[in-house]
Ligand binder design. Structure first.
Ligand code: SF4
Length: 490
């Protein structure tokens, strides 16, 4: 065995689509290539030991924002105990501003951008000569038809136990400056019939949850409709063994034909991730995000009221020009539209993204370590930003968890942001914890807070008990890695 493809996934359930693409496109080197995934948090020595158990000549690492630090440690150790092993890097985290990165310095080769044809070519040169002279190789983007689809490489175990990521297109035509996909400038579709044939065979093998990583599923409505029809046909043929599909949508583009298709899906079969990011027109202009806010709001309202889709809508705090007040306004506006989940993200400076052009004027200060979260800006100081970070975490625990369905509206009252911020500040002051709050303790704390705000104990207990007893509305776990870690939802 000559070549090992590896990466550290954020969770076991996240099967790496990127590695499977590389394996599918290895050509004559495929037989001597293996794939081994790890999960962040695993012991470095164990990862290195398991990599070396393959006796590889080349190890290709997929580097992402969530694994760059641990991968750096793995490669440092690997190169110490087995300096003869050639390390090739690829992935979004090392595709831009790579020269300054420690992980690049300690590795042998780097492929930036698309690896589908450049990785096998580079491996061939390393194994058979002539030895590549350059360390960094700009990935060649082949015609989409030349890329072999990787879906047959999902094993039966992947199909049974993991999220299956699929893509009908790559790239995005929009240019939101905080998002890596902005650098694509366009989108490239895969041949639809070939793609659907692969989906057919995954379904026949038992796949039931398909997570589309296309940046904007509703870009080409004809294609969207055909893909949705594929799932509708499956649902009709197998109502007792339903299929689930997850798509990322741009919010202001939902023509009637698409609405008609969406409305045919039964409860929970469709999951939409919708990027609003900011409702503030001045901020949108600053970050080159084109969005018709009225249309976006109307469409979210339509989806809530007229479809059975589960909706997860993204907002980002910390964008240049966004004050706490303007963010609160957008949050309250979104909350009033009643999506199932609001993903409250904090701005991150993804390598290569043009958002840095605002650094000076808007005083953007980012953590120098991954995931490069914003720490302060001209309008939000460090302490306030930390309050927002805690808000986001508690919002996940209380609102997005679906554990407090009946209690949440009482907690939020008529101004969701302000009331939840007050709760968040109180919870932090009284627990000093953000991540590890056991559910029982959280319930007790919510009850205590309600009482401190004047609610009768019996009433608070009954309200919280109704959440324990009642049905949970937020039944669908979002299976993706954090979107801004990978890129941002459209
Ligand atoms: S945020 Fe969404 S619409 Fe904007 S560039 Fe990124 S993927 Fe495209």
């Amino acid at each position: 065995m000559s070549i090992l493809l590896t990466t550290l996934n954020a969770r076991y359930t996240h099967a790496s689509l990127g590695l499977r693409y590389l394996l599918a496109n290895m050509g004559e080197l495929q037989e001597q290539t293996r794939l081994q995934e790890f999960v962040i948090g695993a012991k470095t020595t164990e990862i290195v030991e398991r990599i070396l158990a393959y006796s590889p000549k080349i190890v290709g690492f997929g580097i992402y924002i969530w694994n760059v630090e641990e991968s750096t440690k793995v490669i440092a150790m690997l190169k110490r105990v087995a300096p003869h092993v050639i390390v090739v890097l690829g992935g979004p985290e090392v595709s831009y501003e790579s020269n300054e990165q420690e992980i690049v310095k300690i590795s042998d080769y780097l492929i930036t951008g698309w690896g589908d044809v450049t990785f096998p070519k580079l491996c061939g040169e390393i194994l058979n000569g002539p030895k590549p002279l350059m360390k960094t190789h700009a990935g060649v983007q082949p015609p989409m038809a030349d890329i072999k689809l990787p879906y047959s490489l999902y094993t039966d175990d992947d199909i049974k136990n993991r999220t299956l990521y699929v893509e009908a297109s790559r790239g995005c035509p929009f240019k939101c400056e905080f998002c890596l996909s902005a650098l694509d400038k366009t989108a490239w579709p895969f041949a639809l019939d070939a793609f659907l044939a692969e989906m057919e065979s995954l379904h026949a093998r038992g796949a039931r949850l398909f997570k589309f990583v296309d940046r904007t599923f509703n870009l080409n409505i004809k294609t969207s409709l055909k893909i949705m029809q594929f799932f509708l046909d499956k649902l009709e043929a197998n109502p007792d063994d339903p299929v689930y599909a997850h798509f990322e949508l741009v919010p202001d583009h939902l023509p009637d034909a698409l609405k008609e298709g969406i409305s045919k899906f039964p409860h929970g079969a469709l999951q939409f991730e919708i990027g609003i990011q900011s409702f503030n027109p001045a901020v949108q202009t600053l970050v080159s995000r084109k969005q018709d806010n009225q249309k976006a709001a109307d469409n979210i309202r339509w989806l809530t009221e007229q479809s059975h889709a589960h909706m997860h809508v993204d907002l980002i705090a910390g964008l240049p020009g966004e004050t706490v007040e303007s963010f609160a306004e957008g949050f309250n506006k979104l909350w009033a539209l009643n999506p199932h989940e609001i993903q409250f993200g904090i701005l991150k400076r993804l390598r290569g993204t043009p958002i840095i052009r605002h650094t000076q004027e808007y005083g953007l200060v980012f953590d120098p370590y991954a995931p490069y979260t914003i720490l302060a800006n001209r309008d939000i100081d460090f302490a306030t930003m930390q309050r927002l970070v805690r808000f986001a975490r508690y919002w996940d625990l209380v609102a997005n968890s679906g554990r407090f369905t009946n209690t949440l509206p009482v907690l939020l009252g008529d101004t969701a942001f302000e009331h939840f911020m007050a709760f968040s500040d109180w919870l932090y002051a009284n627990t000093d914890a953000t991540h590890r709050i056991a559910l029982e303790r959280l319930v007790a704390m919510v009850g205590k807070y309600l009482q401190e705000r004047g609610m009768d104990k019996a009433e608070a207990d009954a309200l919280l008990a109704s959440d324990y007893a009642g049905p949970k509305t937020k039944v669908v776990e979002t299976p993706a890695p954090k979107r801004q870690a990978r890129r941002l939802a459209a």
